[in-house]
Design a protein around this ligand. Structure first.
Ligand code: ZN
Length: 630
């Protein structure tokens, strides 16, 4: 039947060609999308061939999972899939990307020019601009099917039609939950059910963080195929991997006195002979995927940046980046190594440090009494988290190098719209905290969160007790400083609006969390170390460590990070941030700790201390005085 039709229609191609043949016959690379525009050859990136074969309708495989480094030609692969569908295997197709904006950009910048470069699509896909073409940036219709481009952040209900071909592109950048309906990838997959064994789901991503990476989860369920290449000396197949300092195979290089790489090569895992980079072109042509679980139906494929074709990303560039990242890691900055691991090694990054272990913190609690301040702590601040039915309060003391001690954490029950709960907070605000020297200390700065529904109540409390007590609002903008310039807010009080009644301080929570978590990792008592008194319950430590930093990559390969909750409640972490902001606002970073420490010792049991005052008098300060002093 099909043969007769093909014969009759003369020029129509054989519908049974697979996607490798389709790509090599019909696909063209554009100037916009490739450094090598023109005719496409899968032999340039041989690792895509088996993947294209599985994406072909001739293969019974329904799910294909690819873990990839950046800059290795996988965007092209998704395009070939979509184009061949429109040309020969019409059906409803959807390409989902992390955001709507990315989907629009992809359609405009990658799909549009590519369609114009591929002659066989000319009459099938109408230009976006033509009227009644059925084609917009996010929807392109063609006889028998369509392409829909969408972002994981748009509500899944927007279009609920069935999908035969689904691409989840850049999967680790997908939002965790689309409007409370669940993981967007899982929702989209369900929409392919109607097509049964005729569906194709192609999932690809550069991996991100272990445990929260979407692609890692898919990979773990897959056949886990690694692209193996034969050694030019002993012909043994192996996965190009970096090896390591202690392994007798992998990438090796020598550097000159200025630490520049002057020679780089690969040592075979089997015969330990030297393999040069130029040799990989031939090796890759003879390459094949070796699957760890060959019987699994979900097919998994993996390469790393060492497979980047000669002329694209060189081994030297890759290892120069590694050397730089290793240097940063030694200085405590793990970000470059995280990026390198994800985008070059195509491995998940183990974010061990970013979520401290709560039980280790609990185990190191020290025998000082709650509501008392050990010798090193000299500046007492408080952070308050506002909830609809309660206030959560943390009090901490700070010392040299921002070493810090938790002094008190508690819950004050009551509706913040009523006076009672604020009276309880007054007791914490105005009480004395006995320092180990015998001196009584007071809270010098208290920051109260205005988020949620009780903003006016918080403003009222702050307005009456400023400037020691201040209103704050957390902002999870990456790179935003912890303490920012305040803005002046109107407050409503006793039925009247008071113009410019209170200052609102914006707090950059992302940097604060990073700082706090890096410090919780410290093992040695000293600058930055956090002390806890015996007697705090497990819930305190669980809430303090309730978040995790997650990294994903945008289309350009730039990392995008955000903090996510791994436990239901994170109040203590918020309070800790507010305490820290309060300490910064009180001038902790300009504090003369030597002077304060000496004064505390000198004045002994008779003295009260007001560090706000000591800060004001600063260097000429000779004696510590306090307005609360009797
Ligand atoms: Zn060999």
């Amino acid at each position: 039947m099909t043969c007769i039709l093909a014969f009759k229609e003369g020029l129509k191609p054989d519908p049974y060609i697979d996607l490798v043949e389709w790509g090599n016959t019909y696909f063209r690379l554009t100037k916009e999308s490739s450094v090598e525009p023109g005719v496409y050859r899968t032999s340039r990136t041989p690792y895509v061939e088996e993947i294209l074969r599985e994406l072909s309708p001739q293969s019974p495989t329904q799910e294909i999972v690819v873990i990839k480094p950046t800059q290795t030609g996988f965007t092209t692969l998704a395009n070939i899939f979509l184009f061949a569908i429109a040309h020969l295997y019409a059906g409803p197709a959807m390409m989902a990307q992390p955001t709507d904006d990315m989907a629009k950009k992809h359609s405009k910048k990658k799909i549009g020019p590519s369609v114009r470069a591929v002659p066989c699509l000319k009459d099938i896909i109408k230009p976006t601009k033509s009227r009644d073409s059925g084609n917009t940036l996010l929807l392109k219709e063609f006889p028998g099917g369509s392409w829909t481009f969408t972002g994981s952040n748009s509500p899944a209900s927007a279009r609920s039609d069935s999908i035969r071909y689904l691409i989840l592109d850049d999967y680790d950048g997908f939002v965790q939950d689309a409007g409370g309906e669940g993981a967007p990838g899982d929702l989209l997959k369900k929409r392919t059910d109607a097509f049964g064994s005729k569906r194709k789901i192609y999932i690809n991503s550069t991996p991100t963080v272990k445990g929260v990476s979407h692609i890692e989860r898919e990979w773990n369920e897959s056949s886990q195929g690694y692209f193996n290449v034969p050694c030019p000396h002993c012909s043994e197949y192996q996965f190009f991997d970096f090896g390591g300092r202690d392994s007798d195979w992998g990438v090796r290089f020598t550097r000159d006195d200025d630490k520049q790489i002057i020679d780089i090569w690969y040592v075979c895992q089997h015969c330990h002979e030297r393999i040069d980079e130029w040799q990989k072109t031939e090796m890759m042509i003879r390459g094949k995927y070796v699957h760890k679980f060959p019987n699994r139906k979900k097919r998994g494929f993996k390469i790393n940046a060492l497979y980047s074709p000669v002329g694209w990303l060189s081994w030297e560039q890759i290892m120069n980046e590694f050397v730089k990242a290793a240097g940063a890691l030694k200085k405590g900055n793990s970000q470059p190594m995280k990026v390198w691991t994800n985008t070059r090694s195509a491995d998940v990054w183990e974010e061990d440090g970013d979520q401290p272990e709560w039980n280790k913190l609990a185990a190191r609690a020290e025998p000082y009494k709650i509501l008392t301040v050990p010798m090193g702590g000299m500046l007492v601040t408080s952070g308050v988290d506002t909830q609809d039915n309660r206030l959560e309060v943390l009090v901490k003391a700070w010392g040299r190098g921002e070493e810090n001690w938790t002094i008190y954490q508690g819950t004050l029950y009551g509706d913040p719209d009523q006076a009672a709960v604020w009276q309880q907070l007054d007791e914490i605000l105005y009480r004395m905290y006995r320092h180990e020297s015998g001196v009584d200390l007071r809270i010098v700065s208290m920051g109260i969160d205005t988020g949620g529904h009780k903003t006016q109540a918080v403003y009222n409390y702050c307005r009456q007790r400023g400037p020691i007590v201040f209103a704050l609002k957390g902002a999870s903008t990456p790179g935003k400083p912890i303490l920012n310039r305040p803005t002046t807010q109107d407050v409503t009080y006793g039925g009247k609006t008071i113009k410019k009644g209170v200052q609102l301080w914006s707090i950059g929570t992302d940097i604060a969390k990073g700082t706090i978590y890096n410090r919780l990792k410290l093992n040695d008592v000293g600058p930055g170390y956090a002390h806890f008194p015996i007697g705090l319950d497990d819930e305190f430590y669980k809430q303090l460590t309730a978040e995790k930093l997650v990294t994903s990559y945008d289309k350009q390969g730039f990392p995008v990070q955000k903090w996510i909750k791994t436990r239901e409640r994170n109040d203590v972490l918020d309070e800790d941030i507010y305490c820290y902001a309060a300490a910064l606002k009180s001038g902790m970073q300009r504090m003369d700790w030597d002077n304060m420490s000496k004064s505390l010792k000198d004045k002994g049991e008779q003295q009260l201390l007001d560090p706000t005052h000591s800060q004001k008098t600063n260097k000429r300060q000779t004696a510590i005085k306090s307005k609360w002093m009797a």
